[in-house]
Design a binder for this molecule. Structure first.
Ligand SMILES: [Zn+2]
Length: 341
């Protein structure tokens, strides 16, 4: 009897151990699994909805934008990704007075949307991954769907968040916290990111980096023969570490051609100042902007889903993920060794 009990207990012991192994304990880390979790199909499914006429061009404060926002929140809830600790919902509410303060465009109240993957080792250190989800609405009866600008970045964020959450569920959560931010009011003057920088949920001094995505689903005239490229802007302005991480992550996992044409401070387009990362960078937070350049449909009603190159969108989304992954998981916080000028 005793022996049988022992065997019974032993069996129970091993069963519970192996049970733990398969569900909550760490499996060997293979980042490629999470990179591969970001698929063309998922991005296309989201973008077909986010950049449809139903969202009415997602103008800041409009019913169409709010509808797009609810779609995004649905995706986070379905994937079990919470809103950030310390927040009361997926929304950071921004009053109309703030949006109209610099220049009155009669914008209604609007919202940044956020989601959060809490870090396992240094949860107080925050890596922001951002993209704006507003666009320019309806003009003269035509819906400006903004599939590339910035539907592409919007759906990239959803899949990046899901890849981090999957890793966390499998015991490989990021060491630092990931704050996913869908910014509003970008097209009217980077309002959403400016609001966040003035009303941050987490102290800016604990904000390690911003990886910002704005237009990654198309190609420009300088890359007519291949979409296998990305412009990176600002990666070396504040932190040599950030520049090195972007280069290494791309070489190791993705192999896009990184084009630094617009990283030139003398470039007359001044793209560095024209998307949401700037409101982090101006506060000394290392920031990198992923961008495919402009094209004939830029800010036109013809910026449609049918023109998106989903193979390129997928690889660029994967690159943004691997950059954020490295920043979040590396031993040391990025060093700020430059002044940004
Ligand atoms: Zn944009």
């Amino acid at each position: 009897m005793k022996k049988i009990i022992s065997l019974f207990l032993l069996t129970l012991f091993f069963t519970s151990c192996s049970g733990q192994n398969s569900s909550t304990k760490k499996t060997p880390l293979d980042e490629q699994i999470y990179i591969n979790n970001i698929t063309q199909l998922a991005l296309k499914t989201h973008l077909t909805i986010v950049a449809s006429d139903e969202m009415e061009g997602r103008d800041t404060g409009s019913p169409g934008q709010k509808k797009a926002g609810r779609y995004l929140i649905d995706q986070y809830q379905k994937a079990g990704i919470p809103f950030p600790k310390g927040a009361t919902s997926y929304y950071q509410d921004i009053p109309a007075e703030f949006l109209n303060a610099q220049y009155n465009e009669n914008l209604g109240d609007s919202e940044n949307i956020w989601a959060f993957i809490e870090g396992s080792e240094k949860p107080e250190e925050i890596v922001v991954v951002s993209a704006h989800y507003d666009h320019v609405g309806i003009k003269k009866g035509e819906v400006y769907n903004g599939a590339d600008d910035d539907g592409s970045g919007t759906v990239a964020l959803v899949e990046i968040a899901k890849a981090f959450q999957k890793a966390k569920n499998e015991g490989h959560g990021p060491k630092r916290s990931i704050l996913i931010m869908h910014m509003t009011g970008e097209e009217h003057g980077l309002h959403g990111s400016r609001y966040y920088s003035e009303n941050p949920l987490f102290p800016l001094k604990n904000t390690v980096a911003d990886v910002n995505i704005d237009m990654i689903g198309r190609r420009d005239e300088f890359h007519a023969d291949s979409n296998n490229y990305i412009y990176l802007i600002g990666s070396d302005y504040l932190s040599t570490d950030l520049y090195n991480i972007c280069e290494a992550a791309n070489k190791k996992y993705i192999n896009l051609t990184i084009d630094y044409k617009y990283n030139d401070r003398a470039d007359k387009n001044r793209f560095y100042y024209r998307s949401d990362h700037y409101n982090f960078a101006k506060n000394g937070i290392p920031s990198v902007f992923l961008f495919n350049g402009t094209h004939a449909d830029y800010h036109k009603a013809t910026d449609e889903v049918e023109k998106i190159e989903f193979d390129a969108l997928t690889k660029r989304t994967q690159l943004a993920f691997t950059i954020a992954w490295e920043i979040a998981n590396r031993e040391n916080r990025l060093v700020v060794d430059k002044d940004g000028n």
